[in-house]
Design a binder for this molecule. Structure first.
Ligand code: NDP
Length: 245
């Protein structure tokens, strides 16, 4: 990050995986980190410890991204202490896979609530503030699934495609206010979320011949949040080892 002053960055789902890697990378690039999580306090605390070991600063910021009122309260609380939010990373997500014909209504609803409604719940109050500040960076972590569809992931693919569409609209709405809104679309990344997938079978579909690392997603997030990326808006950046999208 290029500006001299420390920026305030909220990363949802920063207790592990991609969110943790993004939080660490932003912290080492001059951001004060608000480390969001829902249930795993110890993991979130470990993220904070790692930030501090790297010489950065941050604080825990627990709330459920699927709960609209909790998101609004959390953003209001952040603004009381920090007065501004410079970076929002919408990263928290879950998967609950099933073929559509067997999918339970709650599997559809929970994945849409956590992966898509969360975009509205968190982004709306933050975007209002960024519009007032006339600056800000919003980056959302979607997925290749939202671009191509994946068998067994109609709920997840719908949510991720929805975030891509919403981000492109918001990018147009906020462009004149100095706020950029972009999307990362990772393929298969080594995290807890992909632990149970049939690895050998999937590797055959990935031209790079390996899963990606959370840090490889984080590097793109840091760039999109930098001053150098001011003219990148409404973009979807694939981080997928060449998987056909
Ligand atoms: P993990 O399962 O490793 O981590 C998920 C994170 O989201 C945790 O920090 C978890 O915190 C948090 N979270 C889940 N639900 C909520 C909620 N309701 N409110 C707040 N936080 C929540 O996942 P990944 O790191 O792999 O995935 C991160 C993002 O990247 C997700 O959006 C995922 O869809 C996306 N993605 C992942 C890919 C991969 O291959 N791994 C590929 C493409 C996209 P807690 O446990 O405390 O609830």
């Amino acid at each position: 990050m290029d500006s001299a002053k420390k920026k305030t960055a909220l990363v949802t789902g920063a207790s592990r995986g991609i969110g943790r890697a993004i939080a660490l990378a932003l912290a080492t690039n001059g951001c004060h980190l608000l480390v969001n999580y829902r249930s795993r306090r110890d993991d979130a605390q470990e993220t904070l410890n790692l930030i501090e070991q790297l010489g950065g600063t941050g604080e825990l910021c627990p709330f459920d991204v699927a709960a609209a009122a909790a998101c609004e309260q959390a953003v209001a609380k952040i603004l009381q202490s920090h007065a501004r939010i410079d970076v929002l990373i919408n990263n928290a997500g879950i998967r609950q896979d099933a073929l559509l014909v067997f999918m339970k209504p709650e599997q559809w609803a929970q994945v849409i609530a956590t992966n898509l409604n969360s975009f509205f719940n968190v982004t709306q109050p933050v975007a209002k503030q960024m519009a007032l500040q006339r600056s800000g960076r919003i980056v959302s972590v979607t997925s290749t699934a939202g671009q191509t569809g994946v068998e067994g992931q109609a709920n997840y693919s719908a949510a991720k495609a929805g975030v891509i569409g919403a981000s492109k609209s918001l990018a147009r709405e906020l462009a004149k206010r100095g706020v950029t809104v972009n999307v990362l679309a990772p393929g298969f990344i080594e995290t807890e979320m992909t632990k149970d997938l049939p690895r050998e079978q999937l590797l055959k579909q990935i031209p790079a011949g390996r899963f990606g690392k959370p840090e490889e997603v984080a590097a793109a997030a840091v760039f999109l949040c930098s001053d150098s990326a001011a003219y990148i808006n409404g973009a979807v950046i694939n981080i997928n080892g060449g998987v056909y999208t």
